[in-house]
Ligand binder design. Structure first.
Ligand code: EPU
Length: 379
């Protein structure tokens, strides 16, 4: 039987407002059997571990989310680059996952490959004020390593329970430090090779970068500055204490769920708190009683749908009561084919254009200009 699958070359974040990850139009139809055989062949040829039967509930800090068709775990940057190139060439969709501490994945089955970067850690390599690390390296560990060597610039990030790759992807920040500010080069997989991209060519925005879906980040070289290890340690401790006093820790969360609204002097957490929503619950998900911008999950039966329902209720109240459209800070990983992919939008626009030109309609935007405008808006 031919099964319509939803894998594609490049999963894409198509909607900057909702943070919803959608995948490109189906580029190539494969039966699931043919796809599985291709994955097994790639894994055997490149000597990389490929597993079935894993679930997002085991791989994300919220401990919810459905089954994953395949999890592939490269151990070196070169191997990761060749794996994604082979997957791309075979038309098999993949998404990169670090420690899963900023992802809410749907409860349904996810028919794509998760490229787990947790094994891609190696050793941190120091050279003067520079440190080079791979994407799977733990961010808290890196902060400790660098602080001890008297290298300053990331001590505020010490309590973020993520990997370096995840931190680079979203320009993680806390307590006055953002990783983009100290990134000299990022190593990216291109055409099966490891390519260095200068940090200044990357757009580092608030919890967002110019990296695109389909681009795999393999590691980075950070350029830090010299300071007294004791002073760095003291600042790290100060950030840690603030975090422990104001944020839930050790629990099932994905950090702040929403971004702070641009230009607002009050943060999202404080506003949710003032709405009296701390402790509000939907099934196994609740608004943290400690910091209201954290949604935490509880119990064996907690579902991604619970967290999403609660998040959408918060967004709806912001819309209604404050006229604010809250943006997700966590990534929402959808299991199925999206309603509309960028390619589908192009097709739709093209078909509208041809219909319009057939009817001699004037003033219709070209597909390109229409999309460009939309892209601009998303940024
Ligand atoms: N506040 C409340 N109630 C709450 C939460 C906060 O009244 O439920 C008050 C606090 O007392 C404080 C103010 O709001 O006076 C700001 O709170 P906080 O210092 O926690 O800052 P935030 O804007 O809520 C941001 C980041 C955090 C980061 C902290 C510290 C975002 C969305 N959040 O939180 O990042 O750790 O600053 O730098 O930008 C994350 O990225 O996942 C994250 C948690």
């Amino acid at each position: 039987m031919r099964i319509q699958t939803s894998f594609s070359l490049k999963p894409t974040i198509a909607d900057g407002t909702t943070g919803v990850m959608v995948v490109d139009e189906v580029k190539k139809e494969l039966t699931l059997e043919a796809r599985d055989a291709a994955i097994e062949e790639i894994a055997a040829r490149l000597g990389v571990r490929a597993e079935r039967g894993r679930r997002f509930a085991e791989l994300t800090s919220l401990r919810v989310g459905g089954a994953i068709d395949w999890v592939i775990s490269p151990v070196t940057e070169e191997q990761a680059a060749t794996v994604v190139f082979a997957l791309d060439q075979a038309g098999i969709a993949w998404r990169a996952l670090g420690s899963g501490s900023n992802v809410l994945a749907d409860d349904a089955d996810h028919h794509y490959v998760v490229l787990s970067l947790k094994e891609l850690k190696g050793e941190a390599r120091f050279d003067g004020e520079r440190v080079s690390v791979s994407a799977g390296y733990s961010l808290p560990r890196l902060c400790i390593d660098t602080g001890r060597r008297g290298l300053a610039g990331i001590e505020g990030l010490g309590g973020i329970p993520g990997t370096v790759g995840g931190a680079l992807w979203m320009n993680a920040g806390a307590y006055g430090h953002e990783i983009g500010n100290v990134t000299e080069t990022v190593r990216v997989a291109r055409e099966g090779r490891v390519v260095e991209v200068p940090g200044h060519e990357v757009k580092w925005d608030y919890r967002h970068t110019s990296f695109r879906e389909g681009e795999l980040l393999l590691g980075a070289t950070l350029l830090l500055s010299r300071d007294d290890p004791e002073k760095i340690g003291a600042r790290m401790l100060e950030a840690k204490n603030k975090r422990l006093a104001t944020q839930p820790h050790g629990g099932r969360s994905a950090g702040c769920f929403f971004k702070n609204p641009p230009g607002s002097s009050i943060g999202t957490g404080k506003m949710i708190d003032e709405m009296g929503m701390k402790g509000e619950r939907r099934g196994g998900a609740l608004v943290s009683p400690i910091h209201a911008n954290f949604i935490v999950t509880e119990g064996e039966d907690a579902k991604a749908a619970d967290a999403l329902a609660l998040a959408e209720e918060i967004r709806e109240r912001f819309r209604r009561e404050k006229g604010i459209e809250l943006e997700y800070e966590v990534e929402l990983w959808r299991a199925g084919q999206p309603d509309k992919s960028p390619e589908a939008e192009i097709e739709e626009l093209e078909s509208k254009t041809s219909q319009a030109s057939a009817g001699e309609s004037a003033g219709l935007q070209t597909p390109d200009s229409g999309l460009q405008t939309e892209e601009e808006e998303k940024r």
